[in-house]
Design a protein around this ligand. Structure first.
Ligand code: P6P
Length: 336
């Protein structure tokens, strides 16, 4: 049994890994962990809220019930604001992002956080796992100067940290700072995330493919060919593979990270850039997957090498076990 190690202890221990080891990134990661615990508390009783009252009602404090993704967004922004290490938050819930440098404590903050506060939130009402996805960059311009496009639209390769929280049968926080991937499980009895999955790696090949096959007719031919490949009988390559897709990216990714597999949200005839967002869904997950030994591509290029031109831009995503991603790329180049 490993000795208990909390997220806070681990972050401090690994602080020497950070090129700017002054504790600022450590504090920022801890701020995210705190907000995750607050969101977890509300997500876990969401069903209860539905029984006791629906969104739009007022709670016992007379506060209006908020949609949980709005609530989650508010909690992460509040934690980042009070932590003082974040100068800008780009969020799925905020059209233009939130600049924090005008609040005293954050005026010298060096980090930018891109976040999907509650990804897959539509699954809450059917009690399917949902998640938070975050990506952290260091500002390029000097503190005290106005933030620039170069600060806010950095490629995924410039991430200093990234991770996700999965609010599932247990709540886990999984993150990387570029030195491997580590997973922490929330122990409600002590209210701490504890190291439960050190040095997470994704198997080079897996037997699970995750894609919304309802869109089959709208997929590019290469994706259609790959789906048929997954469904063929072939003992040597353990096919047919298993199809697993629950429509909550963090849950699908987490399962495939642990067991091996591939997650695909490609471009379609009606969504030419796919559905998933680059800055706060695909880049952070790509960082995790690559650090765990996997691969993350749009089908044409490495996701993390895309030069962003918009905070909310969408990109196609093919992410997971390296051999499976390579097989998709093979079909896509053959059928292009
Ligand atoms: P579809 C949730 O809305 C989400 O952003 C991801 O978490 C999930 O993987 C995807 O969309 C599901 O989309 O079109 O298959 O329902």
């Amino acid at each position: 049994m490993n000795p208990l190690k909390t997220l806070g202890q681990f972050i401090i221990e690994k602080q020497a890994d950070f090129p700017y080891a002054k504790g600022e990134l450590s504090r920022l990661l801890r701020d995210i962990g705190i907000a995750a615990k607050i969101v977890n508390r509300e997500v876990n009783k969401a069903g209860l809220v539905d029984i006791l009252g629906t969104v739009g009602d007022t709670n016992i404090f007379g506060e209006k019930q908020k949609k949980l993704d709005v609530y989650a967004d508010e909690q992460f922004i509040k934690a980042l604001k009070s932590g003082g290490e974040c100068c800008f938050v780009a969020s799925e819930e905020q059209e233009d992002g939130v600049e924090l440098t005008d609040t005293g404590i954050s005026k010298n903050a060096k980090y930018i956080v891109c976040i999907d506060p509650l990804d897959g939130s539509s699954n809450i009402e059917v009690n399917v796992s949902v998640g938070t996805i975050f990506s952290i960059y260091r500002r390029k311009s000097a503190v005290g100067n106005p933030l620039t496009h170069e600060d806010l639209l950095q490629s995924g390769v410039d991430q200093v940290a990234a991770g996700y929280v999965i609010y599932g049968s247990s709540t886990m926080l999984v993150y990387t700072t570029g030195k491997g991937v580590n997973g922490f499980t929330l122990d409600p009895s002590i209210g701490e995330f504890c190291l439960s999955h050190p040095n997470m790696t994704i198997p080079q090949k897996g037997l699970i493919y995750s894609i919304n096959e309802g869109n089959y007719l709208k997929f590019p031919q290469g994706i259609k060919s790959y789906i048929k490949y997954c469904q063929e009988e072939d003992i040597q390559t353990n096919r047919p593979y298993t199809s697993r897709y629950i429509g909550s990216m963090v849950a699908d990714i987490h399962r495939n990270l642990l067991l091996g597999g591939i997650f695909i949200y490609p471009q379609t005839a009606t969504q030419p850039l796919g559905k998933l967002r680059l800055m706060y869904e695909c880049n952070p997950i790509a960082f995790i997957i690559e650090q765990a030994g996997g691969k993350a591509s749009t089908g044409k290029q490495r996701i993390m090498e895309i030069k962003p031109d918009d905070l909310h831009q969408r990109v196609p995503a093919i992410m997971g076990s390296t051999e499976m991603v390579d097989k998709v790329l093979e079909f896509m180049s053959k059928d292009s």
